[in-house]
Design a protein around this ligand. Structure first.
Ligand code: AMP
Ligand code: MG
Length: 316
């Protein structure tokens, strides 16, 4: 039976009955369930084989709808949402414990809130009288999906339905922001650049490397990894056999690797295009007849920071 389609009413009714639906967003595809129902949410963890200490992001269609399940929206959070939502930004807000079950936040006092910028999923959220808990729709530790077909490939047996909204336009997970002692902290680099956020709230602090910190388990060291061993360019073992290597590059080919094993993310050197294509390229290397994957280092500005972060984690 074909589980991929565009029937929003069908998706809404599956979710209302406690089922799992793959949803398109501008960042990556999500694996969604009713965020108010622990029985529905536990299915997400089972399907992904995700450890229960890794909390989920809650998706909603508006700040007004979010007010039902957070205790307050502080001014700075409102400012960031006003500037960038719907969009690739997730904000940690104090959770209303009567609405959001412990399972969703791994027991944390904050809940991660996002308004995704995708017309299909915004329509779906408007049809529902509950928000959607949704992590990326990939098996835990593997590369995130950016098409409905990616979701089908690894979680087709676990989901009840996959809403097809085309390829994700941003291609990287959302940037996660929170507040501590009056400071704005970025816990995960993602589809909204640090520079953009600083343009609205001033200087922010980066806390993206604390791999044992339960506040940002998305920062686990080995994550976003394809099937083949990946090395950042220059750190591959001496004497590596380049005839058995694939290359993920920005706009320039690697001089020693066969052209047919090279994937350039943006021939015109556009960093946003590179971000959009990154995860699909990592997946493609699984099917190439190579033993290792080597990736370029991307410019450390704009979305290049998040691309380098994902590649470092994929390299483990
Ligand atoms: P995913 O959508 O698969 O990228 O996973 C969601 C990520 O959001 C988790 O891995 C965490 O890093 C982060 N997250 C979700 N809820 C919280 C929270 N309450 N506090 C800190 N980080 C969170
Ligand atoms: Mg994920």
């Amino acid at each position: 039976m074909d589980k991929i389609g565009t029937d929003i009413t069908r998706a809404a009714s599956i979710l209302a009955q406690g089922g799992l639906v793959g949803i398109p967003t501008e960042t990556v595809y999500g694996l969604a369930a009713n965020a108010f129902s622990p029985e529905a949410v536990v299915k997400i963890f089972e399907a992904k084989k995700r450890p229960l200490f890794d909390p989920l992001i809650v998706h909603t269609h508006s700040l007004e709808a979010a007010l039902v399940f957070v205790t307050a929206i502080p001014n700075r959070a409102r400012k960031i949402f006003d500037a960038f939502a719907p969009g690739p930004i997730t904000i940690l807000l104090e959770r209303n414990k009567e609405k959001i079950p412990d399972l969703v936040t791994s027991g944390l006092d904050t809940v991660a809130v996002r308004i995704p910028n995708h017309p299909v999923t915004l329509n779906l959220l408007q049809e529902l009288n509950f928000p959607l808990a949704a992590p990326s729709a990939n098996p835990f530790g593997y590369v995130s999906p950016t098409t409905a077909q990616h979701v089908q490939q690894h979680l087709g047996a676990e989901v009840d339905y996959i809403l097809d909204g085309g390829a994700s336009e941003v291609g990287l997970e959302s940037t996660i922001v929170g507040f501590e002692d009056g400071k704005v902290i970025i816990y995960r680099l993602g589809g909204l650049s640090v520079e953009d956020i600083e343009g609205v709230v001033g200087k922010v602090e980066l806390q993206v490397n604390s791999s044992s910190d339960p506040r940002a388990p998305g920062q686990l060291k080995s994550h976003y990894a394809p099937g083949k061993k990946l090395y950042l360019e220059g750190s591959e073992p001496k004497g590596s056999d380049y005839s058995k290597a694939a290359y993920i590059g920005f706009d320039n080919l690697h001089k020693d690797i066969k052209p047919e094993n090279q994937l350039l993310l943006s021939k015109g050197g556009n960093i946003n295009e590179a971000a959009q294509k990154l995860f699909a390229a990592l997946r493609k290397t699984d099917a190439l007849d190579v033993d290792i994957v080597i990736s370029a280092k991307f410019p450390e500005s704009g979305l290049g920071m998040a691309i380098n972060d994902r590649l470092k984690r994929a390299a483990g």
